[in-house]
Design a protein around this ligand. Structure first.
Ligand SMILES: NC(=O)c1ccc[n+]([C@@H]2O[C@H](COP(=O)([O-])OP(=O)(O)OC[C@H]3O[C@@H](n4cnc5c(N)ncnc54)[C@H](OP(=O)(O)O)[C@@H]3O)[C@@H](O)[C@H]2O)c1
Length: 469
């Protein structure tokens, strides 16, 4: 394995390469191999004169499900035929543009017992989605899903189940919505040996952070604005505290690094304490702040995956630094192919539906996986002990000797100060200033932060962010 180069070493570089992949003919890498579909049943029944094709049932007619149905209805495919739409209380969901021969139902059992070939699961959540997907696969029906929580927790098991029953499980929309990063990892890049993946995977966090950056508004105001515009839910904890992004990172680690990791084993730091003043200090360092999800195979300990999610300083002119609003960006680093970038809409009904329909077409195409023989999936020890430079921001009650005391604590832990930044014009009762540290491991910094948390002049907990460069 090559040394795991840091993924954010793109200071000043243009976006490495924007990849668009076709879903046709892609092979499956190390995951259980995709089996060719057991049959291609002609569509039966119906009165619309629509072409025959693989029979498709859609379960969940919400934001993404309705967008999928719209694409399938407006652009009928010769290889796909939507036959069922299943949603609780479906009467209120009915749409005039859905072909008349599509059967609307709220009975999941009747769908799973029918002769459909492919089930699209778009209800979200773990329950009853997991049960539905398992039952579909056990009865030999291929499944397409956008459900990140389900795949992050049960992806490897479900892929095995699909292989056992000679059907397919596709989940290209579960990470980065409409950005075809998962298909690319599983086909276009499967000939490489990837050693690192990093991304802006949560559009809500990116919207909030880029709004604070551009308008210098408080975090609470940026959150309210995101909620008002529909970019954040009323309870946005999963997004803000990193739960959503780490589930996506676990899926990327599986597809690209062949590492099977539980999302909970990945440390997630919240973006809530990030303040407008942090963007002033970050700018002084040539940086901005983004929620970054990163996973690196550890070159020194081959059974270890370094992984974490949280706000980081990134160079303003880097690909990460330039991502605005609710866009997603994923960067990969490979031993042979070098760095790649994938940028686009990480959410939204239509972009996500494109990914779902692309998966459907791949399944309908019936291509068997080629496999690349690159090795098995492994279960690593997950660590967040990255080595980086650090940004420490303090809010203190001003008094003599503060810097000396902090320097003393840092020196006692053998940590080297790189710079000290203090903007004028703040109240002495709550004065923000910043210390940056030369690179050290997280584990080396942690005990110093514990000592710092006990000083009596802090009026807020110290904010500690990695500086990726
Ligand atoms: N929205 C995005 O931008 C996006 C992006 C990427 C991935 N995804 C994933 O795509 C999936 C769907 O997301 P979404 O935004 O479309 O969700 P959504 O708008 O909440 O739609 C879910 C639909 O499923 C129905 N439903 C829920 N539980 C059901 C059950 N037990 N039986 C039958 N119907 C049920 C809901 O009915 P009710 O109307 O009664 O609630 C609703 O119509 C999720 O896994 C999500 O994580 C979404």
């Amino acid at each position: 394995m090559p040394p795991a180069a840091p993924l954010c070493s793109f200071r000043g570089a243009p976006l490495a390469r924007m990849i668009g992949t076709s879903n046709f003919g892609r092979g499956l890498d190390l995951l259980p191999k995709r089996a060719a579909p057991s049959s291609t049943k002609p569509a039966t029944g119906g009165n619309s004169g629509r072409t025959a094709g693989r029979r498709v049932a859609l379960i969940g007619f919400g934001t993404v499900g309705s967008a999928v149905a719209k694409i399938l209805s407006e652009h009928p495919s010769p290889v796909l035929r939507l036959t069922h739409i299943c949603n609780r209380n479906f009467e209120r969901k009915k749409q005039p543009w859905v072909p008349a021969d599509v059967l609307w139902t709220d009975n999941v059992d009747s769908v799973l017992e029918s002769d459909v070939d492919i089930v699209i699961e778009l209800i979200g959540g773990l329950n009853p989605a997991e049960h539905i997907v398992r039952r579909a696969l056990e009865s030999g029906k291929s499944v397409v899903t956008a459900n990140k929580q389900l795949i992050a927790r049960h992806g490897p098991d479900l892929l095995e189940l699909a292989a056992k029953h000679r059907c397919q499980l596709e989940f290209g929309a579960s990470v980065a919505g409409g950005v075809p990063v998962l298909p690319a990892l599983r086909t276009g890049l499967c000939g490489d040996r990837l050693h690192g993946i990093a991304g802006i995977l949560n559009g809500t966090c990116n919207y909030i952070l880029s709004r604070i950056e551009n308008a210098r508004i408080p975090f609470s105001e940026a959150l309210e604005e995101a909620q008002a515009r529909g970019y954040a839910e009323a309870d946005a904890s999963e997004d803000l505290d990193g739960g959503d992004a780490r589930a996506k990172l676990a899926i990327l680690a599986l597809a690209g690094l062949h590492a099977r990791v539980a999302p909970e084993s990945i440390r997630a730091r919240t973006i809530r304490p990030v303040d407008a003043v942090d963007f002033d200090y970050a700018a002084q360092l040539g940086c901005t702040i983004r929620q970054i999800s990163r996973a690196d195979l550890n070159a020194n300990a081959t059974d270890t995956l370094l992984a974490e999610v949280g706000p980081c300083l990134v160079p303003s002119n880097s690909p990460f630094g330039r991502v605005q609003r609710n866009l997603n960006l994923v960067l990969t680093s490979g031993q042979y192919g070098g760095d790649m970038a994938f940028l686009g809409a990480g959410a939204g009904g239509d972009p996500t539906a494109v990914a779902v329909v692309s998966d459907l077409m791949f399944v309908a195409q019936g291509s068997a996986a080629s496999g690349d023989g690159a090795g098995p999936v492994f279960t690593p020890h997950v660590s967040h002990d990255f080595e980086t430079a650090w940004y420490l921001r303090f809010f203190v009650r001003d008094q003599p000797g503060i810097v000396a005391r902090l320097a003393q604590i840092l020196a006692a832990h053998h940590l080297n100060i790189d710079s000290l930044l203090q903007k004028p014009g703040f109240e002495k009762s709550s004065l923000p200033f910043v210390i940056t540290l030369e690179p050290c491991r997280d584990s080396q910094l942690h005990p110093a932060l514990e000592d710092i948390s006990r000083v009596d002049f802090s009026v807020r907990p110290c904010l500690c962010l990695p500086i990726l460069g």
